[in-house]
Design a protein around this ligand. Structure first.
Ligand code: KG4
Ligand code: ZN
Length: 348
């Protein structure tokens, strides 16, 4: 079975085709960095317009590289959560394509999509596992008992981890996209040089808080006269990364132990962070847990992860009703938000 995946929930216009495995056949992405960089962050109106300008080309390339529309068996598209104007572009495009081709289609939860990047690994993912999903809008720990069977163990009480990266990047003049720029600026820096707080440090609960870290970072920058010289910047960025990676990995490992999960899947845009990847692998290894850390290009938004989720859902017989619209908010695990109800099911 071959599935086309379309993703347009934020600032990336992306499309991919996956086939049985699921394995990637084609994967095309247009990141809108240049459009938003002058404003220091994503401008929703510009994002929607850019999706409209690009979507035919991006989907056309993904389908073309895979051998054409006739080779497809279904279409998956991100339905939410995300920027509503951006989501609507992908949803309407997918519905139009489904109508024209007669192919079945399914609306996918973006967070489930991030988790499905793990399905594209060579080794089949094992259940139950703990998933750490960290992106620009979400920082959550889930217990994943099987595909579609998610229990929220904890989440951020304020900012998402990606938001903390983005806001501090703006503060120190590194701009947008923040996480990536801080990651680069941290190279060669000492992660213990600047003492930064860990919010909600107890591993007895699995919630996070990053607003205190943001305030402490801003106070530190002010105390240095509002501007960090380049040599101090590497230490500061490395310390920020360390603070975020430390608390995320500590709680992920504690959650896996508490819930008897044998491993941890890392997902979401922040999963592209060098220090987070390194520390999770190290701490899981020490705790005798496996860790599944997808390649960077499958951590940030992409069409392949949506196609992988669609491959599972379409394969299970799920279809989304035509009247179903995009949703800006959609908790992972809330099946009632799907047009057709399917029972959670386990991979054979
Ligand atoms: O999943 P994603 O591409 O879009 C959302 O669904 O939000 O995540 C974007 C977030 C942004 O906050 C971005 O700064 C962060 O992921 N990010 C990173 C890195 N690359 C992207 N954060 C830290 N280090 C990175 N290398
Ligand atoms: Zn995302």
């Amino acid at each position: 079975m071959r599935v086309l995946g379309i993703e347009s929930s934020c600032d990336d216009t992306a499309a991919a085709v996956v086939e049985d495995g699921p394995r990637i056949v084609s994967n095309v992405i247009h990141a809108q960095h240049d459009n938003h960089a002058p404003f220091g962050g994503v401008v929703p109106e510009i994002a929607s317009r850019e999706h409209i300008n690009r979507i035919i080309d991006i989907v056309g390339r993904a389908v073309g590289e895979a051998g054409g529309l006739k080779t497809l068996d279904g279409i998956a598209v991100t339905r939410g959560p995300g920027l509503i104007g951006s989501l609507l572009v992908g949803m309407q495009f997918a519905k139009g394509l489904a109508l024209a081709t007669g192919l079945p289609w399914v609306g996918i939860n973006h967070l489930e999509g991030h988790l499905c990047a793990a399905l594209l690994a060579e080794e089949p993912v094992k259940y139950p596992h703990v998933a750490l999903v960290v992106s620009g809008g979400h920082s959550h720990l889930y217990l994943v008992r099987g595909f579609g069977d998610y229990q929220v163990l904890g989440g951020t009480r304020d900012d998402a981890a990606g938001e903390a990266f983005d806001k501090v990047s703006k503060l120190i003049g590194l701009g947008y996209p923040g996480g990536q720029r801080i990651d680069e600026a941290a190279k060669g820096g000492d992660g213990n040089a600047v003492k930064l707080p860990r919010g909600m440090p107890s591993t007895k609960n699995f919630d996070f808080s990053f607003s205190g870290l943001k305030t402490a970072a801003s106070q530190y920058v002010k105390s240095r006269g509002g501007n960090l010289p380049v040599d101090e910047r590497a230490d500061f960025c490395a310390s920020l990364q360390e603070a975020i990676a430390d608390i995320l990995t500590k709680k992920a490992v504690a959650a896996a132990r508490k819930y008897d999960a044998a491993g941890v899947v890392l997902a979401g845009g922040v999963a592209a962070n060098s220090r987070l990847r390194e520390l999770l692998a190290e701490r899981c290894g020490r705790a005798r847990l496996w860790s599944l850390i997808p390649p960077r290009e499958l951590c940030t938004d992409n069409g392949a992860m949506i196609a992988a989720a669609g491959w599972m859902r379409l394969g299970a017989g799920e279809r989304t009703a035509w009247r179903t619209s995009a949703v800006s908010r959609w908790r992972l695990g809330d099946q009632s938000a799907i047009g057709v109800r399917v029972k959670p099911w386990r991979q054979p």
